[in-house]
Design a protein around this ligand. Structure first.
Ligand SMILES: [Zn+2]
Ligand SMILES: [Zn+2]
Length: 306
């Protein structure tokens, strides 16, 4: 019963009129019945959409027939239904909010091209070898709450809750490793494009990134998600997906209340808080899905005054 697909994709290329491209995609997705989130900017496109398999296939064909996007890569997952409730296509200044100055964004060079220096791609099978050999500094290119649910064994945890905080952490904590081999990874690859580009500009000399991100690594027939622990956080209704098909997965998520192993993220039942937290089944019941005693009290008040 998996006749739906989720498509994850991005491509950096100079877009003259992002509004026009956004409108084209809005129409195309509506016609094909695709739902999801698409961002368009002068620097390219970034999206996650879900839909019937045939519709997704047609979407891929139409996007690739545009010569600006003939090299775009799609990560394809099989699911049972839509993983979004609506379609949102927006024009933004940056595809990923990073704002680390010029070194980190793609810039128009005056000839209608985008300059984008990035780390070298490392394929899933080679990435696995590198993990096994313990041969490089592996940096998780996501945020702390994504890391806490699942990550590659031995990867560094960035102590940040927003991607734009990366530059400061790298400058403060990693500058002594500029001559070491550095490898970054993220969900689908786009954040690594920004991150490695920034690191190269900062003087890191040997920078690599996992090609296609965690999602491609999990689908790769050689790597099979090996040495990935926990689950991978995703930004749709699934909340997280399995990656490790090699049988060596460990659960790394810990209950916010009692530290028991868990892989379940919920939002605090107190709507004024709504904090996403990892929780075990027992504590979820005991704490009425609230993140703190204060939130239980606030929620009771909410219900009484409703
Ligand atoms: Zn617990
Ligand atoms: Zn709360």
């Amino acid at each position: 019963m998996t006749d739906y697909n989720v498509l994850l994709y991005y491509y950096f290329t100079w877009i003259n009129a992002p509004e026009v491209l956004a409108e084209d995609h809005r129409k195309l997705c509506s016609t094909l019945g695709l739902l999801g989130r698409i961002l368009v900017s002068h620097e390219g496109i970034n999206g996650t959409v879900s839909g019937k398999q045939e519709s997704c296939k047609e979407y891929i064909d139409v996007v690739r027939s545009d010569e600006r996007f003939n090299k775009i890569e799609f990560k394809i997952d099989c699911v049972e239904n839509h993983v979004f409730q609506k379609l949102s296509v927006r024009v933004k200044k940056e595809l990923v909010t990073f704002r680390a100055g010029e070194s980190a964004s793609a810039n128009e060079n005056g000839k209608g091209h985008v300059q984008h220096q990035r780390g070298q791609y490392i394929e899933p099978a080679d990435f696995l070898t590198l993990l096994e050999d313990n041969d490089a500094i592996v940096i998780d290119g996501r945020t702390d709450y994504e890391y806490d649910l699942g990550h590659f064994r031995g990867a560094l945890r960035p102590p940040i809750s927003a991607f734009r905080d990366f530059p400061e952490w790298i400058r403060q904590e990693l500058s002594e490793y500029k001559d070491r081999k550095i490898v970054t990874y993220c969900t689908g690859g786009i954040r690594c494009e920004k991150l490695t580009s920034f690191m190269i500009a900062e003087g890191f000399r040997d920078v690599h990134q996992l090609h296609g991100g965690i999602v491609s690594y999990g689908n790769d027939e050689v790597a099979r998600g090996s040495l990935w622990d926990g689950r991978c956080y995703v930004f749709d209704e699934r909340i997280s997906i399995e990656i490790n098909r090699a049988g060596n997965k460990r659960i790394v998520g810990k209950c916010h209340h009692c530290s028991a192993p868990t892989e379940r993220y919920v939002n605090c039942a107190n709507l004024d808080c709504h904090r996403q937290h990892l929780v075990c089944a027992d504590c979820e019941e005991r704490m009425q899905r609230s993140c703190s005693v204060e939130c239980i009290t606030a929620r009771r008040r909410e219900i009484l005054t409703a």
